[in-house]
Design a protein around this ligand. Structure first.
Ligand code: 0A1
Ligand code: ZN
Length: 863
């Protein structure tokens, strides 16, 4: 007899087409929390009103049993159907009271009410509110909240919730209470509470109509000195949203709380944002330039949700990109305005290509507005967020700034206080901006990354150049045939002889499968600059030669296109090498030399332009990836660039970009970036003087950017220097969790041949835990992106990740499910790796008590 567990029934599939308006509305709720980490009692009084149909009231639950149910003050009939509490109601409007007990300290999923580092806090998006109280937990039920919190005064001196605090007081038994009212109706997913011993960084912001808003960033007392950057970013974001979108903040208080245990980046709860502490806490010694930028971006993102998410929310979870795509676009533009717009665009495209293009090309591909899901948490993806932002960007590009602003004004005015759809947004763009987006809607329904073939011909003496464009959209799961989508391509031509721009930039909207675009008055041989600014999220295939790309990498006047020319030049060489073709590095070396030598260029731009494409991105260009061949090709080109430019020149570049004193302005950040890229090239062959230089940079750095850059590079080397700096870093930062995460990640990303063993050992380190999502991601999540260790030919990397994933799933399914996609890419690899990856997906699916989160991702990855 087999003792194999019976497999549970496959989870229910939720479909967009099944959306129905709610039968019951909840105009108001009063919540009463008696808070205690071991056992918290929650009383809820819901005012309910019939909206449609004649069914009973159905309240979602998260596994808890009601202790009491009363309707209009009297004991009432009720039943459980699965996790739902079903209450038959005779009239049109009632008061429904429920009571539950929950145990925050055993909540390892970190959804609902949970304990983190002595605090009690909540995470309710998407479906966590039901784990706190019985409630119609769907985003189109907008409710006014009255919340009373009671807790031990000494353990939890601070009690916060959404909206304004309307009362507070002591109880005779050492407990105290606070009451909060939120005047803005909101869905349950935007509810929040925090209780704990917190210190506050207070400031204020005067809005455009002259109202004073009290701002607070709440953290552990010791972390207060690290909150200044987040506060400055918050105030900048509030001013930016007034200036650029005309959006003013609407409550008298805006609070942010930082917590150490958090599944995502942060959460936009109305008036009480809760953040993963990594997106709040920073000072130069503990945070890198990238951390500072990410903090400003995430603080702005959550703040912008106050309008694009809270005031206008989503009708159902299929509309997630309505708030996320738009808000990512808004935060991208904010960050572009605060620093170098060119570098920000390069970084955003790099993220899109690293995270979203592979998603679109794999088994988990889905449209920006998905059609179905088993677990909605699996759809907080790069497609919904980042591709969604590209859709907004394309509409903004086609409309131009004034018409786009008129359209967003209309959108906010028309849908304020409601739960809206992506279709509502597109209609507002059409009516407010005066444009027909009928075909553009395909971007919301079709998955996959469009490919554009572009070729330019010029008959000498004719004065005419013809650009031929053809688009294709590959099949994706469930979508074998596609229609052409409108692609807004910014195009310009450059003269090879004169080096000048030969025409004004044109916005070509390719909305058919093929098109020809004619340029007149072209007197010399033109070179093509296309998809400037990455105006459309597509892959462009051109027939431009190495010489042409090198020319554009030195002359194109669009910084993104210039960067792109250099990257394409490198990529073509790398792909040629892997495929056994002409991988002559000479044109790349020459182009890198010219870029470094150009004094007009911003160092931050140079740093981005001369970085080699990642191994993962090189692999994405190949039909069947052999990670060893990719690594060899990239190492070879890196070495050729080091040798071609020369150790001395690289060292001079490193020295020229060194500053004596740390500053955080964009120029200083750019210089650090370029200096550390130079250090990376210097370490290509692990020459002893380069290792010594990196060790010195590590030792004498006055900031984390330089220290970590050196540590990361040394982590890939062998020898005593590496071991010494890693030990030093560990001892120096052993009591700072966020910095220790960097120590784990630096090692997880090492290119050393023995990285799998090193990472397996780190998983047994006393500071390693799967219970903290940041720590789990720092080691396991980072390792799963390591193209060498994860893809070790014997399959040990895959096995390690799969085993950790299964263990993590018992604690925290949402975080575990995010480890599936790297294994899900098996079809893209050579047969040996593909079989090993597939075997681990099967191993995961065979694990007992698998969550539906992991089940959905793993089964779709095999399917
Ligand atoms: N809405 C938040 C982050 C977030 C992501 C995933 C969630 O559940 C699966 C919940 C919240 C943001 O965009 O900042
Ligand atoms: Zn968001």
């Amino acid at each position: 007899m087999s003792d194999a567990p019976l497999s549970p029934p496959a989870p229910i599939v939720v479909r967009r087409e099944d959306y129905r308006p709610p039968e019951w509305l909840v105009p108001e709720v009063a919540l009463d929390f008696d808070l205690d980490p071991a056992l918290t009692r929650v009383k809820a009084v819901l005012a309910v009103r019939r909206n449609a149909g004649d069914g009973p009231l159905r309240l979602d639950g998260g596994g808890q049993q009601p202790l009491a149910v009363r309707v209009d003050g009297a004991k009432a009939e009720w039943r459980m159907e699965g996790d739902q509490l079903v209450i038959p109601l005779a009239g049109e409007a009632h008061s429904v009271e429920t009571e539950v007990e929950i145990a925050p300290e055993t909540n390892t999923q970190l959804m609902g009410l949970y304990a983190s580092g002595g605090l009690l806090c909540t995470q309710c998006e998407a479906e966590g509110f039901r784990r706190i109280t019985f409630f119609p937990d769907r985003p189109d039920i907008l409710v006014r909240y009255q919340v009373k919190l009671t807790a031990d005064q000494r353990q939890f001196p601070v009690l916060l919730s959404n909206g304004d605090r309307v009362g507070a007081g002591m109880m005779p038994d050492g407990r105290h209470w606070a009451e909060w009212h939120d005047p803005f109706p909101k869905p349950g997913y935007l509810f929040a509470l925090v209780a704990g011993d917190l210190a506050v960084n207070r400031d204020s912001f005067t809005t455009m109509s002259g109202r004073v808003v009290e701002l607070g960033i709440w953290v552990a007392e010791a972390d207060l000195p690290r909150t200044g950057h987040a506060m400055a970013a918050l105030k900048a974001a509030m001013a930016w949203d007034e200036r650029v979108y005309g959006r003013e903040y609407d409550l008298d208080v805006f609070n942010i709380v930082a917590v150490a245990d958090f599944n995502f980046g942060a959460m936009e709860n109305k008036g009480l944002n809760i953040f993963n502490s990594r997106y709040i806490l920073a000072d130069p010694e503990t945070a890198t330039d990238a951390d500072f930028d990410a903090i400003a971006g995430v603080v702005a993102h959550e703040y912008f949700h106050n309008w694009s998410g809270d005031r206008v929310t989503c009708r159902d979870w299929f509309q997630l990109s309505l708030k996320e795509g738009f808000t990512v676009y808004r935060d991208q533009e904010f960050s572009a305005d605060m620093g170098s717009a060119a570098v920000k665009r390069i970084e955003d495209v790099r993220v899109l290509r690293a995270a979203q293009f592979p998603e679109d090309a794999g088994p988990l591909a889905h449209p920006v507005r998905p059609e179905s899901y088993m677990e909605i948490a699996n759809f907080y993806t790069a497609t919904v967020y980042n591709k969604g932002a590209e859709l907004i960007r394309m509409m903004a590009t086609m409309l131009g700034p004034e018409r786009f602003r008129a359209a967003t004004d209309l959108y906010f005015a028309r849908h304020d206080g409601t739960a809206a759809t992506c279709e509502d947004f597109v209609v507002a763009m059409e009516e407010g901006g005066g444009i027909d987006l009928s075909r553009f809607r395909l971007w919301y329904t079709q998955a996959g990354t469009p490919r554009v073939a572009a070729s330019l011909t010029h008959a000498p003496g004719s004065g005419k150049a013809v650009l031929r464009l053809a688009q294709t959209l590959p099949p994706t799961p469930g979508q074998p045939d596609k229609q052409p989508q409108p692609l807004p391509l910014r195009v310009a031509l450059f003269g090879e002889a004169s080096g000048a721009r030969l025409c004004d930039e044109r916005l070509v909207v390719l909305d058919e499968a093929q098109a020809e675009v004619v340029f007149d008055g072209i007197g010399e041989r033109p070179l093509l600059s296309i998809n400037r600014g990455f105006s459309a999220p597509v892959i462009v295939d051109t027939d431009r030669s190495a010489a042409e790309l090198a020319f554009l990498s030195a002359h194109d006047d669009d910084p993104f296109a210039r960067y792109e020319a250099m990257q394409q030049l490198m990529l073509d060489r790398l792909v040629a090498t892997v495929s056994g073709g002409d991988g002559d590095p000479a044109p790349v070396v020459a182009a890198v030399r010219a870029t470094i030598a150009d004094p007009t260029l911003d160092p931050a731009f140079v740093g981005e332009a001369i970085v080699l494409p990642s191994e993962a991105f090189i692999g994405d260009q190949l039909a069947s990836v052999d990670p060893d061949a990719v690594a060899r090709a990239r190492d070879g080109l890196r070495q050729a660039i080091l040798d071609g430019i020369g150790h001395g020149a690289w060292r001079a570049l490193w020295a020229a970009n060194r500053d004596n004193r740390y500053e955080l302005d964009p120029r200083a950040k750019g210089r650090r970036r370029l200096k550390n890229v130079a250090l990376g090239y210097l370490l290509a062959d692990e020459a002893p003087d380069a290792v010594a230089l990196a060790a010195d940079q590590y030792r004498y750095a006055d900031n984390m950017t330089d220290r970590l850059a050196a540590l990361q590079l040394l982590a890939s080397t062998r020898g005593a220097t590496r071991d010494a700096v890693l030990a030093d870093f560990h001892d120096r930062w052993a009591d700072n969790g966020l910095v220790l995460d960097k120590w784990f990640t630096a090692q997880a990303l090492s290119t050393r041949a023995d990285v799998v063993e090193l990472v397996e050992a780190l998983a047994r380190h006393p500071a390693f835990t799967l219970a903290n999502p940041n720590r789990a991601r720092a080691l396991i999540g980072a390792f799963a992106t390591n193209q060498r260790g994860f893809h070790a030919a014997d399959g040990r990397g895959y096995r390690f990740v799969a085993d950790m994933l299964i263990a993590l799933d018992r604690l925290n399914p949402q975080t575990a499910a995010r480890l599936v996609p790297p294994l899900g890419r098996w079809r893209r690899f050579e047969p040996g790796r593909a079989a090993l990856m597939k075997a681990q997906l099967e191993h995961i699916l065979a694990a007992p008590r698998l969550s539906k989160d992991v089940y959905e991702q793993a089964s779709k990855s095999l399917g």
